[in-house]
Design a protein around this ligand. Structure first.
Ligand code: ZN
Length: 506
C-alpha cells in the first residue's frame, strides 16, 4: 500500500503555485508513523480542473481501484476537481476502496468526524445539482412500484388487500372498494365542517342511511378513519405537515404530487405530537381525500384533544346574534341535560322568558348545535354568492404550484443545513467560499420559484381569492366564525315554532 501525492497546475494561470511546491505541502501532511510507507506522486501539469480527463489523475484512480493506495494527499480540494458532482463521485470511489483523503489547505481529512460531515453535506448538494425536478418525478414513478405494497397492520376501511409479488417478496397491495370509498369521502367532508363532533358525525351517517359494510359505526372507528393518511392525496401541504411532526419521510419529495395515499408506520402511537419514530411512505394506490379537507379534520381532532368541549359547553359563536321574534329580546345559550355519551346539550332561550317571564319563548328547544350547523351552511352559501367567478383553479396550475412548493421545501432544508455548517468554527475559508456560493445559488433559485408561484397564482388570482374565502370559512375557529358572523349577519330571528330567519348585513 502506498500514499499518493497528487498535484495539478493549469496552463492558463501562470502565477499559480507550481506542482513541485504543491507536492512539498503534501509531504508535510505525512504523519511521523507513515514515514516508512511508500510514497507515489501523480502530477498533471497544464490541465484544467473542469473535468477528470487527466493522465496523472486517471493513473492514480486505477491504482486506487487495484487497492494499491491507502491515502491521497492534495494541496487543495480544487486540485482534484472544480466540479462538485465529480468531486463527490471521486470521494465515493475513495470510500469504497478505503482510501483516506487529505487536503493540506482546507484541513479536509475524510478520516476525521468533521471530514465525514463535509462529505455528507457535499453529497446533499451534489444530489441537488444532479437531478432536475422532471427527472426525479420520472424516477419516483419507477420507484413507486417498489414502495406500493402495504406495510401491514389492520386493513384500512375502504380497501381490500390483494396478494402480490414485488421483487420476489410475497406482499399485499391496497385495492379500493368503490362503495366504501364514497362513504369515506362523505365522512371526511362532513367532519371537516366546524361544529360537527364525532358523535354528531355518527348520528348524521345513521340518519342518512350510510352504514358501514362491516358491523356498525362508533366514534372510535370514525376517529381511526379520520386520522389515517392512507386516504389523503399527499401533496406539499402534507409533506410540510409531516415535517412539522418530525416524521421520518422515506419517500422522495417529488412523490408528494397530490395523487397518492400515504402510509405512516413505526413505533410511536399516532396520538403523540412527535412522530420522529414514525416513517412515512407514499403508496402506489390513489388517495381519495383532498389535502385541505384531510388537514382540516386533523386540526379538529387535535383541537378536540386539547380543549375537549370546554368552549362549546357554555357558549356559541352565534352568541349575541340570536333574537326572539315574539318579543325582540336576545336569546342566550343555556345548558341542557347530558346526552347518553356524556356530551353537553346547549340550547338558545329567550331572556324575556328566563328572566322576566314576559315572553313564552319557543315551543320547542332551539338546540345550539343544530342552529350553528344551519347558519354555518347559510354562511357557506353566502360566501359562494360573493364570488365573482366560480371557476376552479386549473389542475395544470395547481399541479405546477405543488411541484414548485416541493422545490421550496427542499431549498429550505438545504439552506438550514448550510447555515449549520457555516456556524462551525473549524471551517476553512475556501470551504466557506464554496458554501457561500451555494447559498447564493439557493437563494436565487428560491426567489425565482417564489415569483413563478406568484405568477401562477396571479394568473387566476380572482378565482384563488374566492376559493380561499370558502377555505378560510371551513377552517375557521370559534373566534373567527364569531367575527365572520358579526360582519355578515345582522340578526337571526327565531319565531315561537323555532323557525329562523337570517337578516344579513351584506
Ligand atoms: Zn321572547
Amino acid at each position: 500500500m502506498s500514499i499518493a501525492l497528487y498535484a495539478r497546475k493549469s496552463i492558463e494561470r501562470e502565477n499559480s503555485i507550481s506542482c513541485e511546491t504543491q507536492l512539498e505541502y503534501c509531504k508535510s501532511m505525512i504523519k511521523p508513523d507513515e514515514q516508512t510507507e511508500k510514497i507515489v506522486t501523480f502530477v498533471d501539469n497544464g490541465f484544467s480542473g473542469g473535468n477528470v480527463d487527466r493522465d496523472g489523475f486517471q493513473k492514480m484512480m486505477r491504482q486506487v481501484e487495484r487497492g494499491k493506495i491507502s491515502k491521497i494527499i492534495v494541496y487543495r480540494l480544487d486540485r482534484i476537481s472544480r466540479s462538485l458532482s465529480d468531486f463527490v463521485n471521486i470521494l465515493n470511489t475513495l470510500k469504497k476502496h478505503n482510501v483516506k483523503f487529505i487536503s493540506s489547505q482546507e484541513s479536509f481529512d475524510t478520516s476525521s468526524p468533521y471530514g465525514e460531515m463535509i462529505v455528507k453535506i457535499l453529497m446533499i448538494f451534489a444530489e441537488f445539482e444532479r437531478q432536475s425536478i422532471i427527472e426525479r418525478v420520472t424516477q419516483a414513478y419507477a420507484h413507486r412500484s417498489e414502495m406500493g405494497f402495504y406495510m401491514g397492520g389492520r386493513k384500512p376501511y375502504g380497501f381490500t388487500l390483494t396478494d402480490t409479488m414485488i421483487h420476489n417478496i410475497k406482499t399485499k397491495m391496497l385495492s379500493p372498494v368503490a362503495e366504501e370509498i364514497e362513504q369515506l369521502k362523505y365522512i371526511f367532508e362532513a367532519y371537516s365542517v366546524p361544529g360537527i363532533t364525532l358523535r354528531r358525525l355518527m348520528d348524521n351517517l345513521i340518519d342518512n342511511d350510510i352504514l358501514p359494510t362491516d358491523g356498525s359505526w362508533s366514534t372510535g372507528k370514525l376517529s381511526t378513519i379520520l386520522k389515517n393518511p392512507i386516504y389523503v392525496k399527499a401533496n406539499n401541504d402534507i409533506y410540510e405537515y409531516l415535517l412539522k411532526h418530525n416524521t421520518n419521510i422515506i419517500s422522495d419529495i417529488s412523490e408528494f404530487n397530490g395523487v397518492h395515499g400515504l402510509q405512516i408506520y413505526g413505533k410511536t402511537k399516532h396520538s403523540t405530537d412527535d412522530w420522529s419514530d414514525m416513517k412515512a411512505v407514499v403508496m402506489s394506490h390513489e388517495g381519495v381525500i383532498n389535502s385541505d379537507i384531510w388537514l382540516n379534520c386533523q386540526k379538529k381532532l387535535e383541537k378536540n384533544k386539547q380543549i375537549g368541549n370546554a368552549i362549546s359547553n357554555t357558549t356559541s359563536w352565534l352568541g349575541g346574534k340570536i333574537a326572539c321574534k315574539s318579543c325582540g329580546r336576545t336569546m342566550t345559550v343555556t345548558k341542557g341535560g347530558k346526552r347518553r355519551d356524556g356530551s353537553q346539550t346547549r340550547y338558545f332561550s329567550c331572556t324575556g322568558k328566563s328572566h322576566n317571564r314576559i315572553c313564552k319563548g319557543t315551543k320547542k328547544p332551539v338546540y345550539a348545535d343544530s342552529l350553528e350547523d344551519m347558519v354555518y351552511e347559510l354562511v357557506s352559501e353566502k360566501i359562494e354568492t360573493l364570488k365573482c367567478t366560480r371557476k376552479k383553479i386549473s389542475t395544470d396550475n395547481s399541479n405546477q404550484i405543488n411541484l414548485l412548493k416541493n422545490r421550496i421545501s427542499e431549498i429550505k432544508k438545504a439552506q438550514e443545513q448550510l447555515v449549520n455548517l457555516l456556524m462551525n468554527d473549524a471551517i476553512e475559508t475556501d470551504m466557506i467560499n464554496l458554501l457561500n456560493e451555494r447559498a447564493k445559488k439557493l437563494a436565487e433559485e428560491k426567489a425565482d420559484i417564489l415569483s413563478k408561484i406568484d405568477a401562477l397564482e396571479n394568473e387566476e388570482s380572482e378565482i384563488i381569492s374566492a376559493i380561499n374565502l370558502s377555505k378560510k370559512w371551513r377552517a375557521a375557529n370559534f373566534e373567527e366564525r364569531k367575527a365572520v358572523c358579526n360582519i355578515l349577519i345582522h340578526k337571526i330571528l327565531i319565531d315561537e315554532s323555532g323557525n329562523c330567519e337570517v337578516v344579513w348585513n351584506i
